[in-house]
Every structure is written in structure tokens, then in C-alpha cells.
Write a protein that binds this ligand. Sequence first.
Ligand SMILES: [Zn+2]
Length: 569
Amino acid sequence: MLIDEFLVSIPALGKALSSFFGVPYEAYRGDRIKPAELLKNLRREYVESGHWVPIDETQEGVTILTTDSERIQASRVVNNIFPKSRLVYKVCSQREFRQTLDLFYGGGASTDSGGALAGDESSMDDLLTSLGGDEEDISGATQEDVSAAADNELVKLVNKVIVDAYRMGASDIHIEPAPGKAKTQIRVRKDGSLMNYIEVPSTYRNALVTRLKIMCDLDISEKRKPQDGKIKFKKYGPLDIELRVATIPSQGGVEDVVMRILASGEPLPLEKMGFSKRNDELIRETVSKPYGLFFVCGPTGSGKTTTLHSILKFINNPDTKIWTAEDPVEITQKGLRQVQINKKAGLDFATVMRAFLRADPDVIMVGEMRDKETVSIGIEASLTGHLVFATLHTNSAPESINRLLDMGMDPFNFADALLGILAQRLGKRLCSDCKKPHIATADEIKSMLTEYSGELVNTTTWKKDPAVATKSLYEEWIKLFADEKRQFTLYTPVGCEKCSGTGYRGRVGLHELLIGTDPIKKAIQEHSRVAELLAIALEEGMHTLKQDGMEKVLQGITDMHQVRAVCIK
Ligand SMILES: [Zn+2]
């Protein structure tokens, strides 16, 4: 743990504290177990301002760690909180006290992501204080930047930023320097939203950026052009993760650095993807076919790669050769042969796909198909007996068909090859610890029915009799989502420590799965418009992204606000 390394000459201080207060000194221990039972009703703010915290319960009683045992004992405040327990007091320094709170309430050394932002500031303060250098030491000159960037404390700061961001489940780290004396802002993106993390004094601006550039082998003297690279963090810190780094020169002669934490690690099994029952069954059935083309579409950050990998995990067997071309390779799977795209070296998607076709594949996964060439190779591969998976940057499943045809694909070949298209979005999940339930009013359900039906207006069932269609939809909802009193429970976000006060924690996938059925294939051959394709798919039972999201609202997983936010057309 990084924190342990800051224990400088504490023993002497501890001895002094102990003899001053007449109670034993307790040194900070990074491996201390959080006493969850004792801390149950104690908020960090409360114990921090009170300068005491329970750390353990033994036969002797509850051990109270404090920075001022005399005052705490005299106030009897702890006796009121633990009225039935004997109390044992231990003293420590202010810094150790804060470190212990960080440990318990989610700071740098904790794996609990909840409240990590608030908890980190103090230990980060320590780190910034211990950096200690004065302004003259760190000028804008490159050579001095390098030595400053190699400074032990700065190295620790950078590592801590990365480790913290990873532990709190952030996807990106944004380093935003400002010219002059203004501080460098560091923000992190978590569950799709940015939040403030820390500010670093302007004195470390250049050294910080230089350190990051050194970590990913970028040209440190080039400050006027954007650069991109990759940090293999294993070389520098305690985590085996990779970060994709982009530097961008910004106003005032400074350089911004944005780092994407690559979600290394295991693919999720299909049952954990949050598919509706229909979608789950259809996906398993569709991707079990021996050949054809399957797309996952959605904007950047909608979780397409995660979904493709969990599909590949489902079909990954010793008797199947699976080649993947990805940029970057984020998730690795045993059994897959994964190729990292390297455009600088001439290794682009089309080149790699052609190579795969000569390498006896059963399944080919292509990170993205953006142009006519890659799509053509994909169609050709699937028509010659291979299963091909790819992602597309399109909004909806029916729209993807038109986009591909507009690229100049032969409608007959494409219709033959198409197995299915899955459109996906990620919405914020209501925090399960603080979401507030209420029984939905008749008006709420009525407006949801109207909004849901708005997606169906082009279908023949709807055109025939909207009232009948709405009635049967309502009965369906009652069956699936209501309680025995035919009532629906909806939830509103509240905010608690676990969700950093936002009311949301984690995300949920919204899906729209279009299957290449005979009527769909026929419509493709006839070059049908998006609205017609959509009507056919809905008639066959497809649920649009919004409908899938609304069902997840009725299940209490998310709320309408989130569904509308991610389903903007
Ligand atoms: Zn919460």
C-alpha cells in the first residue's frame, strides 16, 4: 500500500503522544480490517469532526482511536454511543487518524468505491504536502521537468491517481492544467459522468504531464502536437491494468492529458448482461448458428465490446477457432486469438480480416466496421461459411441496415448473411441502497403506456385498433411487473454514501434486438425504409431501446429520466 510508505519518523511522535496523554500509542496499519459493525451508524464527517473512531472490539472492550484522548474521555461522547461497552483509548497523530478514516470509509487503500472521493482528499493532501518542492525547482524547461517527474513523491502521486481511479470504478482520468498560478484540475468519469477528483498546485503541472508522457514513451519535448500512447501500469504500480493516453495542447501553452482505463480482465457471462428473457433466448439461438453476420451497434461507450466478448465467451469452445481484430484489445479470453490493430504499422481492420480468412477461422470478430471494404469482407466471409461479429456506430438496429446498404452493399448478399443486429445503450442504475419506492399512480402508468406505445404507431396491430393494443399492453405489464394488487412500484433516486450522493450506482444495458428473419430479409432485398423495417421487427416481437428501458423502469432497475437520456434519437 502506498500509504504505508508515508510513515516517516512516526515512532518518535507516537512515544511523545503516548506519554503526553497517558494512553498507549496505536500506529497506523494499512492492513487493518474495517470494523463494519462498530462503524454502522457513524458517518465519516461525524467521527472526523469528533476526532475519534472505533477500530476494534476485543475482550477488553471497544478500542477507540483518537488524536486527543483527554478531551474525548472527558466529554463522554463515546460512552453515549457505546453505552454497554468498556472502552479502551489509543492515541495517534492527526495524519494517522485521517489515514485510518481513509482506510475505513474508502480512501486510497480501500477497495470500497463508495465515498472514495471525499475520503481521498486528505490523504492526497498529505501526498501533495510531501511533494514539498518550491517553485524555482520546477521551471518549464524540459531537463528539469524530467528530474522533477522522476521525483519519488510525484511518482507516487501519479500512481495514486491511477490506482484510486481504477478502484472507484472510473473509466477515464482527465488532467486539465491551466496557465499561470491556477491549479491543475483532475476529474474522473464514472458510470458515464465526470466528477471532480483533486486539484494539483500549478508548480507540479509540467512535471505531472511529463511523468505521464514518460510512462507511455511519448516525446516529452513535443508539447505542441497531440500524441497518443499506452501505459502498461504493471511496470509502475500494484495493478495489472493498461491505460490509453491522449495528450492535447490546450489554451495557455499547457497540455491536457486524458487517460482511458482499459477494462482488462474477464468477459461477463451472457446471463449477467441484463438482457430481457426474449433477448437472452434469441441471442443464444442466433449466435449458435454456424455462419452469418451479427452486429452490435451503438455510440462510443455503450458497452458494445463487453457484449461481443460475452457472446464470444458463450461460443468459445475447443472445437471453434475464433479470431478477433480489436483496437484496443481490452478484454482478453483464453481460447481466442486476439490481434491488436496497429495502423502506424499498416495493420488495419481490412488487412487483418483478409489475413484471418487465410487462417482457417470458424468465427471472426471485428472491433469495428466503418467502411465499405471491411463490411464487404465481412459479408463475403459469412457467406463462405464463417460466423462474423462486428460493431457498428449506428443508433438503432433498423437504421444499421440502411446505413450498410447506403455504403453500397449488395442487398441480396447482405440479406442472406444477416443473422441479427443488437443495438445497445448504457443507462445509470438506481442505487439499490437508497432508491425510494412508491406505488405508481394511474396517471404515471397511463403516461408510460402512451410513451411506450409511441414506438408502435407504424405497426399494423396498432393501426387496426390503438385502444385494444393499449389494453393488451397494460394487461401484459400487470402480468410481468405488477404485484398481486395489480399495483406497480416505481423508484426515485435519493443519494447516499455508497453512490456518492448521486442516487445512481453502476449501469444497466438497454437493448434492441432485430433478428434477420425471412420478412426482414425480404424487406432488405426490397431496400425498405427504416420505418418499414422497424414496423416489421416490432410486429415480430422486437422491443425498441426505449421499450426495453421502460421495462427496466417497471422492474425498478432504473428510472424514466435515465431511459429518456440515453434514448435520444
Ligand atoms: Zn445510494
